[in-house]
Write a protein of this length. Structure first.
Ligand SMILES: O=P(O)(O)OC[C@H]1O[C@H](OP(=O)(O)OP(=O)(O)O)[C@H](O)[C@@H]1O
Ligand SMILES: NC(=O)CC[C@H](N)C(=O)O
Ligand code: SF4
Ligand SMILES: [Mg+2]
Length: 482
């Protein structure tokens, strides 16, 4: 079967970025710019769908936004005042053109286009049911089940059909949906993935992160609320809350790694939070050293915070090449190792003879840490201490981040002491889950955590129907397995 299941996938990637705009001439150009600012969220493929008042037009392509949506011949074919777009890292369904979003279908009531950030944890089950009822899928991903549920809904208009569909899915979704009734933006009831709303003149904009508003000079209005559907069309902007209200569980990893540091996430500067995490880490896991060295780029703000709180000078002991993509997207373990070497190099003149604290945001497989600790030693560092600005990543994500299966997560296999040995560091420490919440200005409620932190705790905020069916085990075993 060509359909891939997220739990079979061995690659480590990020998530997706979405963007939608209503009411601007050449809407597609704004989407292209917005997607460019969201490129860090997905580098496999990109797509834009526009509605010109009569017809829908789409262009979807493998690769980056630049190189596809900076071409006149492509942009000329995307006319209209309303558009949505997507940058993709696959979580369900292979990296192939048929899975590139926005997905589009001509339904009985008209065209329907959707762009999705997140992952549905019961997509495989829904797909099997829909298949049995005669649905013919064009893609192998999770998102298309939403289209089939809309297509087969007996409700009246697109908004009601969409609501009906979303009540049947489980997991994480931030969506922008385009129909001839308007542009709809929505977040799942737990608000696991982000989605913000902005304004540029008369135009209304939705984007995964505020950096996508900045790039086009739009102002931030507010977050789309968990469980909210916002419909924008020529009659105005209307908000709907069709789901039973539950306590939100936004993804805590957005603050640690995924979002760009210049974004404002849930009202907080991502950069400031990362510095706070570094400062908490310095308090929780101090060490005597000569320099605090960040693992660029993502470790930089936390390292600054660590340095400021510990009064150990911040220095660039590792220089990163800007011409190498993320290590994430390399297909094999061998190439991934090579990727890390290509990407980072020691600043030997600085680190020789020094005691170094290396600060990174996370350890997933350990590939980066093993390489960089050795790189510091080869460059003559006297001691190498590793500090990580998140708790040990012990569990996989099923909500739109492509972490590897549990068995491949270093922290799922060994203790912190064993990990220190494995990466050959003089010491290794991770921030505690409580410290991470403190950096966000909160105290973790252990009975009802304020956020999704499942990759660190195993406390998944939804059922994981597909995983449970695959493993034949109740998902509660995961919840209790911390
Ligand atoms: O333990 P590992 O399996 O090596 O994964 C963890 C590393 O991967 C990410 O960095 P990456 O280099 O992919 O991207 P970045 O440039 O955004 O930091 C993350 O920031 C860690 O450095
Ligand atoms: N990373 C994501 O948000 C991916 C969206 C969707 N699940 C896909 O695989 O295309
Ligand atoms: S499992 Fe981790 S990465 Fe996934 S949504 Fe929860 S906190 Fe975020
Ligand atoms: Mg990194």
């Amino acid at each position: 079967m060509l359909t891939t299941n997220p739990f079979d996938d061995d690659k480590l990637r990020e998530e997706c970025g979405i963007f939608g705009i209503w009411g601007a001439e050449n809407a597609a150009s704004f989407v292209a710019l917005g997607l460019h600012a969201l490129q860090h969220r997905g580098q496999e493929a990109a797509g834009i769908t526009v509605f010109d008042g009569k017809h829908f037009h789409s262009h979807r392509a493998m690769g980056h936004v630049a190189g596809n949506f900076d071409r006149d011949d492509v942009m000329r074919k995307l006319p209209g005042r309303t558009a949505i777009g997507h940058v993709r890292y696959s979580t369900t369904g292979e990296t192939a053109l048929r899975n590139v979003q926005p997905l589009f279908a001509d339904l009985a009531q008209g065209g329907f286009a959707v762009a999705h950030n997140g992952n549905l944890s019961n997509a495989m089950k829904l797909r099997r049911t829909l298949n049995r009822r005669g649905s013919i899928f064009q893609s192998t991903g999770d998102t298309e089940v939403i289209i089939h549920l809309v297509a087969t809904s007996d409700r009246g208009n697109n908004l009601d059909k969409l609501t009906d569909a979303l009540k049947q899915v489980e997991g994480a979704y931030s969506l922008v949906v385009l129909t001839d009734e308007g542009l709809v933006a929505c977040r799942d009831p737990l608000g696991i993935r982000p989605l913000v709303m902005g304004k540029l003149g008369e135009a209304t904009i939705f984007a995964s992160e505020t950096v996508a508003l900045d790039v086009i000079g739009a102002s931030y209005l507010r977050d789309v609320e968990p469980g909210e559907l916002v419909l924008v069309n020529d009659t105005g902007i209307r908000s709907y809350r069709p789901f039973e209200k539950v306590a939100p569980r936004p993804c805590i990893f957005e603050h640690v790694y995924f979002s760009r540091p210049d974004s404002i996430a849930e009202g907080q500067s991502v950069y400031e939070v990362r510095k706070n995490i570094g400062a908490e880490l310095a308090r929780e896991a101090p060490v005597e050293a000569d320099y605090v060295v960040p693992v660029p780029d993502s470790g930089v703000p936390a390292a600054l915070g660590y340095s400021q709180a510990s009064a150990i000078p911040f220095e660039l002991g590792i220089i990163r090449s800007h011409y190498v993509g993320r290590t994430f997207i390399q297909p094999s373990q061998e190439v991934r190792h090579l990727g890390v070497k290509l990407k980072h190099n020691a600043n030997s003149a600085l680190v020789r003879g020094k005691r170094i604290v290396l600060v990174d945001d996370s350890i997933v497989r350990g590939t980066t840490s093993v390489k960089l600790v050795q790189m510091m030693r080869d460059a003559g560092a006297r001691e190498v201490h590793m500090r990580i600005a998140s708790p040990p990543t012990t569990h996989s994500c099923f909500y739109g981040v492509d972490t590897p299966e549990r068995a491949k997560l270093l922290a799922a296999q060994m203790s912190v002491a064993a990990m220190a040995d494995y990466i050959n560091a003089d010491s290794l420490a991770f921030i505690s889950i409580e410290g991470l919440y403190r950096a966000l200005g909160e105290e973790r409620d252990n009975n009802q955590p304020q956020r999704c932190d499942a990759c660190f705790t195993g406390n998944y905020p939804t059922s994981l129907t597909d995983l449970t069916e695959k493993e034949g085990a109740p998902s509660l075993s995961l919840v209790a397995s911390r």
